[in-house]
Design a protein around this ligand. Structure first.
Ligand SMILES: Nc1nc2c(c(=O)[nH]1)N[C@H]1C(S)=C(S)[C@@H](COP(=O)(O)O)O[C@H]1N2
Ligand SMILES: [Mo]
Length: 204
């Protein structure tokens, strides 16, 4: 068990173990400009306001860590990484959603996005990571900030994340609009949108 109890040292069905840590993403690696960076929480917040942090403010939020695996839908998995950063739950507590919120859209540089059910975002292991295994993330792995959602496929965790939109209905993110499963549970092999059952995603 990891610090927050989410370590899974087992491979989900159809996955194989990857040694080393490959880089997988769509598009170029963005350049980090600290003076322009801000983290925004917007949409259906409890107080109706937008909440913003600059880089110093965001990284001053209480630090925690999670030992968790990363499962890429292209079938490789990396097991047992320690992710350090700010738990998603801290964001929910600091900038609470309105009671009507059911889903979130996590936004990253260049308009990349991933949608999550509120419960998946609020889960114990979900963390905005600044570090992996005690070291700052490298640019290609998401520096200065990436989301890690240990219990879902890795595309649900945007690298270079810049904010969260609270939503009162579900909407598909970048890969979810492009044929990937709306929920993305690797233990159920929810890889593609054609596998979605009733209630698992908005109409295609
Ligand atoms: N911004 C952004 N984040 C992203 C992606 C992407 O295309 N853009 N790809 C996702 C996918 S499919 C995977 S498998 C992981 C890979 O993370 P890694 O390159 O650190 O191994 O990043 C995820 N986060
Ligand atoms: Mo992936």
């Amino acid at each position: 068990m990891g610090q927050r109890g989410v370590e899974q040292s087992e491979l989900p069905p159809g996955q194989r173990l990857q040694r080393g840590w490959p880089v997988t993403h769509y598009g170029p690696v963005p350049k980090f400009r600290p003076e322009r960076w801000e983290f925004r929480v917007f949409g259906a917040t409890a107080d109706g306001d937008k909440h913003c942090w600059n880089h110093d403010e965001f990284t001053a939020l209480p630090y925690d860590s999670v030992v968790a695996d990363l499962h890429c839908v292209t079938k490789f998995s990396m097991l047992g990484a320690e992710w350090g950063g700010i738990p998603a739950r801290t964001i929910l507590e600091t900038a609470p959603p309105s009671p009507a919120v059911t889903h979130v859209m996590v936004w990253a540089e260049y308009g990349f996005s991933a949608n999550l059910r509120l419960a998946d975002f609020a889960a114990d292991g979900t963390i905005f990571a600044t570090h992996k295994d005690g070291e700052l993330l490298t640019a290609e792995h998401g520096f200065p900030l990436r989301l890690v959602v240990p219990h879902l496929y890795a595309w649900k965790g945007p690298k270079w994340v810049r904010g969260v939109e609270y939503m009162t209905a579900d909407r598909r993110g970048f890969w979810e609009e492009r044929g990937y499963h709306n929920v993305g549970d690797p233990w159920k092999e929810q890889r593609y949108s054609y596998q979605e059952g009733p209630g698992e995603g908005p109409e295609l």
